[in-house]
Ligand binder design. Structure first.
Ligand code: GDP
Length: 216
């Protein structure tokens, strides 16, 4: 039984004019290419291949909107960080993302960061931008199954410290360990998503306990 039976792909937008109506609530999800964003979306929504759409050639540079439940959307931002593509493509990326800035539906940003690598350049830029817009940010330190417990805790602590430094004074910033493959951190990540989207909590029974570093 799916946790979000109504979850569906809505549209790949190449231009802000194609964005769905700015009504209801939405959460943006971003990360460097290969950080584990598609795996995270599929795991969070408990769908094996919903986010495959975002990997379809031609759609990787677009903003992909998913409806999680009526009036509640997830916006999959294009992955960044690979040796920059053509200049026009980078400009298109910027224009698309900037198009989200005025949206009143936007409740927060889920930032997917490979726990083995930590925050890298594009992540810092996105954090600074989110802070300038007073968007709450929750970092999922993905692939945490690849780290020892000690290393995972060290990365979590370090990430919390860095995002705290990037925070606007009233912006909510938090981070947690996450593994799409093992399901660890799933309940906590879903709780953040559901809280932002205003959805009633849905829990799987198999998730492992959470490890969280939340800022005051
Ligand atoms: P995206 O480019 O950010 O959408 O990344 P993908 O979701 O396609 O994942 C990139 C690679 O990381 C793939 O080889 C995935 O199998 C791997 N990956 C994603 N999540 C996990 C995880 O939780 N644990 C491990 N070990 N690998 C993962």
């Amino acid at each position: 039984m799916s946790l979000y039976p109504e979850a569906r792909f809505m549209i790949s937008a190449a231009d802000p004019v194609q964005f769905p109506d700015d009504a209801g609530s939405e959460v943006a999800i971003a990360g460097r290419s290969n950080a584990g964003k598609s795996s995270a979306i599929n795991a969070l929504l408990n769908r094996r291949s919903l986010a495959r759409t975002s990997k379809t050639p031609g759609r990787t540079r677009l903003l992909n909107f998913f409806e999680v439940a009526p009036g509640a959307r997830l916006i999959d931002l294009p992955g960044y960080g690979y040796a920059a593509g053509p200049r026009e493509e980078r400009m298109q990326w910027g224009t698309l993302i900037e198009g989200l800035a005025p949206r009143r539906s936007l409740r927060g940003l889920l930032l997917i960061v490979d726990a083995r690598r930590g925050l890298l350049e594009g992540d810092h830029q996105l954090l600074a931008w989110a802070a300038s817009l007073s968007w709450p940010v929750h970092v999922l330190l993905s692939k945490s199954d690849q780290l020892t417990r000690t290393d995972a805790q060290r990365v979590l602590k370090e990430t919390v410290r860095i995002v705290q430094d990037s925070a606007g004074t009233r912006t909510h910033l938090s981070a947690q360990l996450f593994s799409a493959h093992k399901g660890s951190g799933m309940d906590e990540a879903r709780a953040t998503l559901e809280g932002w989207l205003g959805l009633p909590p849905r829990r799987s029974t198999t998730s492992t306990p959470l490890q969280r570093g939340q800022l005051p």
